[in-house]
Write a protein that binds this ligand. Structure first.
Ligand code: ADP
Ligand code: MG
Length: 395
């Protein structure tokens, strides 16, 4: 079944109402930041590659009001008691863990010399957590945007994204790349955010054809392997690059990998083949998008998934099942391409398809997936959406 994306104004109403119920105050500041998916370019953000994500029509909203103290009181509609933060003592990460994303962002502003005074805040979100859709980046980017609103300043988008990334590194201890915060910050309707991970520069790539949409299917699984598996893949790519004797993956050709195939040894040689192939596929994807040749994305997405499954070995049975079902629906059924998205070992898939066929395709994906795995997937459609922004602003 195709889930409906709750309209942003519905989330805003819930956040305002919740703030009032919890703290007895009316919101003066409202900020929203979206989650993201990556259309193509997987596991190459740490290899000087390109990624092609977009902000999705799923948002995290914060409603807040300054409270004339030096304490922030924050709560999430996910539950738990409101948490009090002494804004003069934000040196270290602490419990509860979810508040660390906020601590890190506030610290980022303080480190830039801004004085942050107390506020009451409530968070409401429609981004499924832990599904590879970057609810954590949305939490950081919404908080940073809220603080901009309260302070009456506006950071450069890139600076804001980097501040949020640093919060995730230093306060949540997740050594993430730049994709998540860049996508949530730079997101723009009808555009993908292509990020050159070598230069750290984002660029908008038009995705104008409104006859198309992307189905995001949360497999609802998250395999334990993921943390160690991620670190090991990074290690393999570093080993390969040094054995290839190159400074950057941008300087490595497929032929270089094949020439060194035996010396690299298995699985490092296959990891290297994935990186080189995926960089080429992502560049090709940006090019066909510029030409408006959406059909050409299908084979690129298919090759990306196969490479992640066979060479990089970060897929899993559930992701493969979802992608295979989409493939079996095929072009005749309105599917253009499908692949796993995100780090892998679970999480979500993306299926590029005709918008008019989306609900029929979603129904088929859900029912076949349930039949094959016994799991009820969560499926929704999204076109590229607007990045983090303030909704209302009263000084
Ligand atoms: P992902 O970013 O892929 O969704 P992560 O594990 O990186 O997964 O981030 C999920 C974490 O972000 C949650 O465990 C929680 O700490 C925090 N988070 C996300 N959404 C919310 C929310 N609505 N309220 C409170 N915390 C949230
Ligand atoms: Mg995250």
């Amino acid at each position: 079944m195709l889930q409906i994306n709750p309209p942003l104004n519905e989330l805003v109403s819930l956040a305002k109402k919740g703030l009032h119920e919890l703290f007895g105050v009316e919101a003066t500041h409202l900020a929203a930041a979206p989650g993201r998916v990556n259309l193509i370019g997987e596991h190459i953000d740490y290899c000087d590659g390109f990624v092609l994500p977009f902000a999705i029509e799923r948002y995290l909203v914060i409603a807040a009001r300054p409270n004339d103290t030096m304490t922030a009181r924050v709560a999430s509609s996910l539950g738990g008691e409101p948490v009090e933060l002494d804004l003069t003592q934000l040196q270290e990460p602490a419990e509860p863990k979810w508040v660390n994303y906020l601590r890190g962002v506030i610290r980022g502003f303080q480190d830039r010399g801004y004085e942050i005074k107390g506020f009451d805040a409530l968070i409401v979100s429609s981004i499924p957590g832990g599904a590879g859709l970057s609810s954590s980046a949305a939490l950081e980017c919404a908080m940073a945007t809220l603080l901009e609103g309260i302070l009456g300043v506006s950071l450069e988008l890139k600076e804001k994204a980097l501040l949020c990334q640093k919060a995730e590194h230093n306060f949540a201890f997740v050594p993430c790349g730049i994709m998540d915060q860049f996508a949530s910050t730079f997101g723009k309707e009808d555009h993908l955010v292509m990020i050159d991970c070598q230069s750290g520069e984002p660029q908008w790539v038009p995705f104008m054809n409104r006859d198309l949409t992307v189905l995001i299917s949360n497999t609802m699984v998250h395999h334990e392997l993921s943390d160690g598996g991620y670190a090991l893949r990074r290690k393999h790519t570093e080993q390969a690059l040094s054995a290839l004797g190159k400074a950057s993956w941008r300087d490595v050709s497929e032929q270089d990998v094949l020439t060194m195939w035996d010396q690299l040894g298995d699985p490092v040689n296959r990891r290297a083949r994935h990186v080189v192939g995926e960089i080429a596929r992502t560049m090709a994807a940006a090019k066909v998008l510029e030409q408006g040749d959406f059909q050409a994305l299908g084979p690129l997405m298919a090759a990306s998934h196969d490479s992640l499954r066979d060479d990089f070995e970060v897929s899993c049975a559930e992701l493969d099942a979802m992608v295979n079902i989409a493939r079996s629906i095929g072009n005749e059924g309105g599917v253009i391409g499908a692949r796993m998205t995100g780090g892998g070992f679970g999480g979500s898939t993306v299926t590029l398809c005709e918008a008019s066929a989306a609900s029929v395709i979603a129904k088929k994906l859900a029912s076949e997936y349930l039949l094959q795995t016994g799991i009820t997937a969560q499926i929704f459609a999204s076109r590229p959406a607007r990045g983090a922004h303030l909704l209302e602003w009263e000084k």
